[in-house]
Design a binder for this molecule. Structure first.
Ligand code: GLU
Length: 323
């Protein structure tokens, strides 16, 4: 291409993008969906929603793109700050951000809005057989990843350790992204890692598929925590998803729902369109990732603690999911 053609196409591209950014009539509205590590479940789930939205040309023309991020805490903050349009976030994190707890202590995130729940997640603790870690009580002196700062899992690891009476100084706590953990585990550079994730998850498959034998560590004795926290429930890690792991029976832990959130700044018609696309294409969405298999419309309205966005509410009222 000749140089002046390049410059011309660049000018046209910049002009077109600006027009779109202004949201003029007949233009596209670009939205972003914050997810997690690429080998987690948020990323493929966010990508599935993106594909459905981009395929559905009815109503406002929304063009979605998915972003790999640090996870729940990052997504909530970015949605509230306007850096992301939508975000995937653990139900516990949505609750804490809404009420001004944990990372958001005394700072309730007033702009945070709920759309729906998605798949269930489980606090998953993966350890090498060689580490000898069979319970939280075996952490002393070991190198364990509790998660990066923007992740949802870091707070879960801290919470369960506190309940179990394990201090963070009694072991070497790492702050890696979940996506880095399988290799670190297989290289013998960490003994275990926490990951709050839906199943099956690429990261866990990768972690269990190497030369070093890997197992899941039960997280038990959490009854009081479950009682105190409305978003937690007992759960079992389904080991059938990880045939290479040395755990042969489902492993008890605790879990919560994954939710889909946005901000009160996002226009009603955009959120309406995205909500309607998710709900009217549920059968297709369920086939797009095995973690989504058991989605159902009523269940998807549970586990939400932020106010429901008016765009989502409009759809739910239209179809009778909300009065
Ligand atoms: N629950 C994790 C987090 O909030 C992300 C899990 C995933 O990416 O599937 O950090």
């Amino acid at each position: 291409m000749r140089p002046y053609y390049c410059v011309l196409s660049l000018i046209i591209a910049i002009f077109a993008t600006t027009m779109i950014g202004c949201g003029g009539n007949g233009s596209k509205t670009f939205v972003s969906i914050g997810t997690g590590s690429m080998t987690g479940v948020y990323y493929p789930v966010g990508s599935a929603i993106m594909k459905l939205v981009n395929k559905n040309r009815k109503g406002v023309d929304v063009k979605a793109k998915v972003e790999s991020t640090g996870g729940s805490v990052y997504n909530i903050n970015a949605v509230v700050n306007g850096d992301l349009t939508f975000g995937v976030a653990q139900a516990d994190r949505q609750f804490q951000a809404t009420k001004g707890l944990q990372e958001w202590k005394n700072k309730p995130q007033e702009k945070l809005r709920a759309i729906c729940s998605l798949h269930p997640e489980i606090i998953t603790l993966v350890a090498t057989d060689a580490s000898g870690i069979k319970a939280l009580a075996d952490f002393k002196g070991k190198k364990i990843n509790i998660g990066n700062a923007g992740s949802g899992n870091r707070g879960n690891a801290e919470q369960v350790l506190k309940v179990a009476g394990i201090s963070l100084d009694s072991f070497i706590a790492e702050s890696l992204n979940a996506g880095e953990c399988p290799k670190m585990l297989q290289d013998g550079r960490i003994d275990a890692f926490f990951y709050t994730v839906g199943h099956p998850a690429g990261t866990i498959k990768e972690a269990t598929a190497g030369k070093r034998k890997i197992h899941f560590v039960p997280i038990t004795g959490m009854e009081k925590l479950i009682e105190e926290c409305p978003y937690y429930a007992v759960a079992q890690i389904p080991v059938k998803n990880y045939p290479m792991s040395s755990s042969k029976e489902d492993v008890p832990s605790i879990g919560m729902m994954t939710t889909f959130v946005t901000s009160s700044d996002i226009p009603e018609d955009v959120v309406y369109k995205v909500t309607k696309t998710i709900f009217t294409n549920l059968d297709e969405l369920k086939k797009m990732h095995p973690a989504l298999e058991s989605l159902n419309p009523e269940g998807m309205l549970k586990g939400l603690s932020a106010p429901i966005h008016p765009g989502a509410e409009k759809y739910y009222k239209e179809v009778g999911l909300l009065k």
